[in-house]
Design a binder for this molecule. Structure first.
Ligand SMILES: *Cc1c(COP(=O)(O)O)cnc(C)c1O
Length: 360
């Protein structure tokens, strides 16, 4: 029986779906959505407020439809990180990388899309919402990507979009730049590399391949490393032809003047915002060692979270036990596994303590 009333003209493809719904419940340590635990400094939040105040006087006008200044700032950031030479015409910006993903499906999803599961659950969900055929490709039992199997599955399905998430969510594992290049050589359409966690990884970014391989497009976000999840800013680095096509599917004035202003200030303070990345990387290693010390198995991670297994109660039960102790982590729907975001030192200590008493 459908949960929807009969009079509602809901699209057939939507009626069986559930909305994205990571639980937003209050907890002492919130380690479930891979956010950066470090908040903005008072100086930076003041600088953002000052720019927003300026901007507020002009809210009678539509924002810069093309977000030119923000996109230029993002190009400069990528160039400084990866020694590339992109400009505004190589960057698209939107309300979180989720909007970028939706736009990619709308513009380029004509022959369907493939991704390799388990991976970011929003890729297939957004595909279904916009009526793009989705295929689940496979991974090895340890969640690493077998490139020769991936190539075969891509060629069999012949999608116009191939998704690679690296470091992958929820596993944390990454693929090498050489493997990305190998895939780019055989994909029928675009190779979409979702690098939401790139700043936490020592792998070279796929943006360095774009100039010679225009089929590669790279999704980045300010939500994780930049501590800017609440502002909703994601972006795409790609060949100018890809960006030009995205203008066809974007809604007019999609990125508000307030968002653009806040993100511009954040980019001006990128050093401060990214300063905690190294701290989180070393906390990730400490956390991994602690989990392994409990006899648990941890999937090797180059992101700001760890996927672990080896506990002997069902994952939902352990998840609830931890929540009862004030620690919210993520049940990603993989039987026998849970995912924890690397938090502040205090968050991590609380998590370790709660875990010890839950499994001990
Ligand atoms: C968190 C995440 C995103 C998206 O985030 P936005 O906040 O919409 O920018 C995209 N891809 C992956 C793999 C993620 O984990």
């Amino acid at each position: 029986m459908s949960q929807w009333p009969e009079w509602l003209p809901l699209a057939d493809r939507l009626s069986a779906l559930s909305p994205y719904g990571a639980p937003q419940v209050p907890a002492e340590a919130t380690l479930n959505t891979n956010e950066n635990p470090y908040s903005l400094s008072p100086e930076l939040s003041k600088a953002i407020a000052a720019r927003i105040q300026d901007c507020a006087r002009h809210l009678n006008r539509y924002p810069d439809r093309d977000a030119t200044e923000l996109r230029s700032g993002l190009a400069t950031f990528i160039n400084s990180q990866s020694a590339t030479s992109f400009d505004v015409n190589n960057i698209w910006a939107a309300n979180g990388s989720n909007e970028i993903i939706q736009s990619l499906f709308l513009a380029f999803g004509k022959s369907g899309a493939i991704g390799f599961t388990p991976s970011y659950s929003m890729h297939p969900l957004i595909a279904q919402v916009v009526d793009c055929k989705w295929r689940n490709g496979s991974r090895r039992a340890d969640f690493s990507l077998d490139i020769s199997v991936a190539k075969r599955e891509i060629l069999e399905f012949s999608p116009s979009l191939t998704f690679i998430t690296t470091p992958n969510n929820p596993t944390g594992s990454s693929v090498t730049i050489a493997e990305i290049l190998e895939l780019a050589e055989i994909v029928p359409g675009l190779l979409v590399v979702d690098e939401a966690y790139a700043e936490f990884s020592d792998e070279k970014s796929a943006v360095t391949l774009i100039a010679a391989n225009p089929k590669i497009v790279v999704i980045r976000t300010m939500s994780k490393a930049f501590s800017f999840a609440g502002a909703r800013v994601g972006y795409l680095v790609a060949d100018p032809a890809v960006i030009k096509a995205l203008f066809l599917v974007r809604l007019p004035y999609h990125l508000s003047a307030l968002t653009q202003a806040a993100a511009e200030v954040a980019l001006e303070h990128q050093e401060e915002l990214l300063a905690n990345v190294n701290r989180l990387i070393s906390a990730r290693e400490d956390l991994r060692i602690a989990l392994e010390g409990f006899g648990l198995t941890v999937t090797p991670s180059k992101a700001n979270f760890l996927l672990f297994s080896g506990f002997d109660i069902p994952a939902p039960e352990l998840w609830q036990k931890l929540l009862d102790k004030g620690v919210l982590i993520r049940d990603v729907g993989l039987s026998g596994y849970l995912r924890v975001t690397v938090g502040s030192d205090a968050d991590n200590a609380l998590f370790i303590q709660a875990l010890k008493s839950a499994i001990g």
